[in-house]
Design a protein around this ligand. Structure first.
Ligand SMILES: CC(=O)SCCNC(=O)CCNC(=O)[C@H](O)C(C)(C)COP(=O)(O)OP(=O)(O)OC[C@H]1O[C@@H](n2cnc3c(N)ncnc32)[C@H](O)[C@@H]1OP(=O)(O)O
Length: 359
C-alpha cells in the first residue's frame, strides 16, 4: 500500500464529508550541522528531511504544516516547525477542526515515516503570530488566530492525543519561560493521556543537574532560543550555564519578553516497528524550498488572490504528492461564533478591532 494512502485513512476520520486535497512534499535526507553544539573533535553530522503539507478544498489552500525530521546518533527528532491557516474555509460548509487534522498528520509521520532504531523525540515551540506560511493571510479578517495562551493549550491537546503511537513514554514536558509551575500546569489537558511534567526533556539527571545547557538543548530553524544559545557560545559561557540558569536567563530575552507566552514542548518515547513504506517519493531540499516559497510569496489575503496562489502552488506540485481525501466525519458540529474581539492587521502598524462575526 502507498504510504500516502495512510494519510487518506487518517484524515478521512477527522474531516467532514467533503472532497479535500492533501499535498505532501517530502525531501530526501540531507546532512546538516549537529542539533546540539558539540566539541570541535566531534566530527559526526546529523541529517534531516522536511515534510510540508497543505490541505485544500475547492481549489483554495486552508492549512499548512511544516515538520523537520532529524536523524542523529542518539535520537530521531521530529520538530514541528510551523502550522498556519489561510482563513478561507468556506462558511457554508461543515467546519473542520484543524487541531485534529494536524494531529493526524503528525500521527501519520510517526507511524509511517520515522526510522525507529532510536528513541523518538517530538519538539515544538508554540509562539502565536498572525501568519507563518501563507503570505497575506494575516490580512484576512476571517482568519481565526489563536492567542498565545490558546495556542499553548491547542498544542498540548494535539500532542496529548499522540500517546497511542508510542509503546513507551520516557518524558513529556512543557516549559514556559517566565511562568510559574502552577501557571504552566494550567495549560495542560484536564484529563491528560500523557504523563506531563513542567520542564524540558533535554536533561537526563535531576532538576538541579548542573550539566551545561548548550550541549543538551537542540537548535532548530527559526528557534526562539537559538540566538541565546549562540550568544552563550560567542560569550564563551558554554561551560558555565546550568539548566536552571539557562531558563532563567532565557525569559529575559526579547523573544520571550513579558506578556508573550512561548510554550516549549518536548516528548520522548519509543515507537514499535511498523510496516515498511512503499511509494515513498521525495524531492531535493531546493525543490521543496522553491515550492514552499510559492505559498510564502503568494497572496492569501482575499479569496480571489488565495484562489490564484493556491492554483499556482498546485500546478507546481508533482502529481504523486497530490492526494484526494474524502472526509467521513458526520458528527454534527456546532457553528462557530467569534466570542471575543480580535485584532486584525490591516497593514504594517495599523490595527483595528474586529466586530463580532458568525461563521
Ligand atoms: C509550532 C507552531 O506552528 S506555533 C504557530 C501556530 N500558528 C500560528 O500562530 C499562525 C496563526 N494561527 C492559525 O493559523 C490558527 O490559529 C491555528 C493553525 C494555530 C489553529 O487553527 P484553528 O482554525 O484556530 O484551529 P481549530 O480548528 O483546531 O480550532 C481551535 C478552536 O478555535 C475555534 N475556532 C476555529 N475557527 C473559528 C472561528 N472562525 N470562529 C470561532 N471559533 C473558531 C474552534 O471551534 C476550536 O475551539 P475549541 O478549542 O473550543 O474546540
Amino acid at each position: 500500500m502507498l504510504a500516502e494512502s495512510r494519510f487518506v485513512d487518517l484524515l478521512a476520520q477527522v474531516l467532514p464529508p467533503l472532497e479535500f486535497k492533501l499535498y505532501h512534499l517530502k525531501t530526501h535526507l540531507k546532512k546538516c550541522r549537529k542539533l546540539v553544539f558539540t566539541s570541535k573533535s566531534d566530527k559526526s553530522v546529523d541529517a534531516y528531511a522536511t515534510h510540508f503539507f497543505v490541505l485544500s478544498l475547492d481549489g483554495i489552500d486552508l492549512l499548512g504544516l511544516e515538520v523537520y525530521i532529524y536523524e542523529s546518533r542518539e535520537y530521531t527528532t521530529m520538530f514541528v516547525s510551523k502550522a498556519d491557516t489561510t482563513g478561507h474555509y468556506p462558511s457554508d460548509k461543515p467546519p473542520t477542526q484543524m487541531g485534529k487534522v494536524v494531529q493526524q498528520l503528525l500521527r501519520g509521520l510517526i507511524r509511517y515515516y520515522l526510522p525507529l532504531d532510536k528513541p523518538v523525540r517530538v519538539c515544538l515551540f508554540a509562539k502565536a503570530e498572525r501568519q507563518y506560511l501563507f503570505l497575506g493571510s494575516a490580512k484576512n479578517p476571517l482568519k481565526h488566530v489563536l492567542s498565545d495562551a490558546q495556542l499553548v493549550k491547542w498544542w498540548a491537546s494535539c500532542l496529548d492525543g499522540l500517546k497511542s503511537e508510542f509503546s513507551s513514554i520516557k518524558k513529556c514536558a512543557l516549559q514556559i519561560p517566565g511562568a510559574s509551575e502552577a501557571a504552566v500546569k494550567s495549560y495542560l489537558p484536564s484529563n491528560p493521556q500523557l504523563p506531563w511534567t513542567v520542564g524540558d526533556i533535554f536533561w537526563e539527571g535531576a532538576p538541579d543537574d548542573p550539566t551545561i545547557a548548550v550541549k543538551r538543548i537542540p537548535r532548530f530553524p527559526d528557534d526562539p532560543k537559538l540566538r541565546f544559545l549562540e550568544f552563550l557560545v560567542a560569550e564563551k559561557r558554554v561551560k558555565k550555564v546550568s539548566r536552571a540558569q539557562f531558563w532563567i536567563e532565557l525569559q529575559s530575552r526579547q523573544e520571550f519578553r513579558l506578556g508573550t507566552t512561548v510554550g516549549i514542548f518536548g516528548l520522548e518515547g519509543t515507537v514499535d516497528k511498523h510496516e515498511s513504506l512503499e511509494g515513498n517519493h521525495s524531492i531535493t531540499q531546493k525543490e521543496a524550498r522553491l515550492l514552499r516559497e510559492v505559498t510564502l510569496e503568494g497572496d492569501y489575503s482575499t479569496k480571489s488572490s488565495a484562489e490564484y496562489s493556491s492554483n499556482e502552488f498546485a500546478s507546481r506540485v508533482p502529481s504523486y504528492a497530490e492526494i484526494d481525501v474524502k472526509g467521513t466525519l458526520t458528527t454534527p458540529v456546532v457553528k462557530r461564533t467569534v466570542e471575543t474581539p480580535q485584532v486584525n492587521v490591516l497593514s504594517a502598524g495599523l490595527v483595528r478591532k474586529k466586530q463580532k462575526t458568525q461563521r
